[in-house]
Design a protein around this ligand. Structure first.
Ligand SMILES: NC(=O)c1ccc[n+]([C@@H]2O[C@H](COP(=O)([O-])OP(=O)(O)OC[C@H]3O[C@@H](n4cnc5c(N)ncnc54)[C@H](O)[C@@H]3O)[C@@H](O)[C@H]2O)c1
Ligand SMILES: [Zn+2]
Ligand SMILES: [Zn+2]
Length: 389
């Protein structure tokens, strides 16, 4: 089959690789109809999350069940499904509490309680390096989906791929961000990052009753997108008066909830980059810092942007002084997918309005380059293996 294979930093090509096979009784094989590129894929592409051998990337995918192991009862051959990006057993200590990204059964080599840099990590994820289970991903014609009784969700024919594709990750991620932030009716919510995840968090904030949603991003075209699709107010993260503007918009207090939908690859100036080199830091935690500044005292900071290394000089004093509540992590897709699906099916939310590019799988390399460098006003790319035929 054809698949988008990560070779090394900045090097992804569409190659011929072996077809996936059933390995366990509860595996299925899915023929991919649509798959997206995520900001999380860029962390591998840019070398922030290390991967030493070739791997098929992609954790946002959907398609049709082509084959199923004999223990699979949740889906059958021919079903059209979306698949959560984390791989989870559905019944361990963590899964049974809704914390499927911490599943104890899907990352045999590198799982553990410590959460170290290069060992003792969380549960498995599709196409997300050997540290997270070494599973090939779904930017391919076919993918093997383990634990098929726990994750995949059947999609009725009345909904198009594009209407539901983002149930695999970014809508439940935006939803998790808002739930972790404890957003309630009347709240002001400031969301850093208007990429795909930020845009989904904006939708989730409105759906949870926010009164004011303020989107912050350095890129004009992404702020325009946020205003156009989600009717939010926008601010430029590079504006020297950014924090004063946020306080002005929030009764001088700061926002009730601040969300980080940027992660460790946030824009940095020369000085910030030089400091990171001195401190041997990868990327930056500046957006978490901005969140702690923008949020009101005793408010909540919710972090879905990805971080993969430690940082010095973190403003713990401000977190203490302001009495902040914080929650971080991989999204609880398994827990929220049904609720998110119902919102799509009932028409309460539209997800496909963020898509800017639809390309055949064979153009994955070019698509990565465009999404990374934010050229051609790219916000979200959907790759369709079917367009190659
Ligand atoms: N926690 C999870 O489960 C989960 C799931 C999906 C994605 N993610 C993470 O969410 C983050 C965003 O993903 P994405 O697909 O939207 O990526 P993206 O790269 O398209 O979007 C990031 C956005 O942040 C903006 N930005 C950069 N510096 C900023 C700053 N200082 N202030 C405000 N905005 C700034 C960029 O201009 C860009 O628009 C990534 O770190 C990704 O790994 C996490
Ligand atoms: Zn993703
Ligand atoms: Zn589990």
């Amino acid at each position: 089959m054809k698949a988008a294979v990560f070779h090394k930093m900045g090097d992804i090509s569409v190659d011929n690789v072996d077809d996936p096979r059933l390995e366990q009784d509860d595996d299925i094989i899915v023929r991919i109809t649509s798959t997206a590129i995520c900001g999380s894929d860029l962390h591998i592409y840019d070398g922030f999350v290390p991967q030493l051998r070739d791997m098929v990337l992609g954790h946002e995918f959907m398609g049709v069940v082509e084959d199923a192991g004999r223990a699979v009862t949740n889906v059958k051959k021919g079903d059209r499904i979306v698949v959560p990006f984390t791989i989870a057993c559905g019944h361990c200590f963590f899964c049974s509490q809704g914390f499927h990204p911490s599943c104890t059964h899907t990352n045999p080599e590198h799982y553990g309680p410590r959460g170290d840099l290069l060992k003792s990590k969380g549960g498995g994820m599709f196409g997300y390096t050997d540290l997270y289970g070494g599973y090939n991903g779904g930017q391919a014609q076919y993918v093997r989906v383990p634990k098929a009784n726990a994750g995949p969700k059947i999609i009725p024919d009345g909904l198009t791929d594009e209407q539901v594709l983002f149930l695999t990750d970014i809508f439940p991620t935006g939803w998790s961000a808002v739930k972790w932030g404890k957003v309630k009716p009347g709240d002001s919510v400031v969301i850093f990052g208007s990429g795909p995840v930020g845009l989904m968090a904006q939708k989730a904030a409105w759906l949870n009753g926010a009164e004011r949603v303020i989107a912050v991003d350095p890129l004009q075209y992404r702020r325009d997108k946020a205003r156009n699709v989600n009717k939010v107010e926008t601010l430029d993260s590079e504006d020297d008066d950014l924090m004063d503007k946020i306080y002005d918009m929030t009764n001088g207090r700061g926002a009730d909830v601040a969300i980080d939908a940027v992660g460790m690859e946030a824009n940095r100036n020369f000085l910030e980059k030089a400091k990171a080199v001195l401190n041997v830091e990868k990327g930056t935690a500046k957006v978490i810092e901005m969140c702690t500044e923008a949020v009101r005292r005793n408010g909540t900071v919710s972090v879905v942007g990805v971080y993969a290394s430690p940082y010095d000089n973190f403003p713990i004093h401000r977190i203490f002084d302001k009495g902040l509540i914080m929650q971080f992590g991989q999204a609880q897709t398994h827990m929220y997918i049904d609720q998110c699906f119902d919102l799509v099916q009932s028409g309460k939310v539209v997800l496909d309005d963020i898509i800017t590019h639809r390309l055949p799988l064979s153009r994955a390399s070019e698509a990565y380059d465009m999404f990374k460098n934010k050229t051609d006003d790219c916000v979200k790319v959907v790759l369709k293996p079917g367009l190659d035929n």
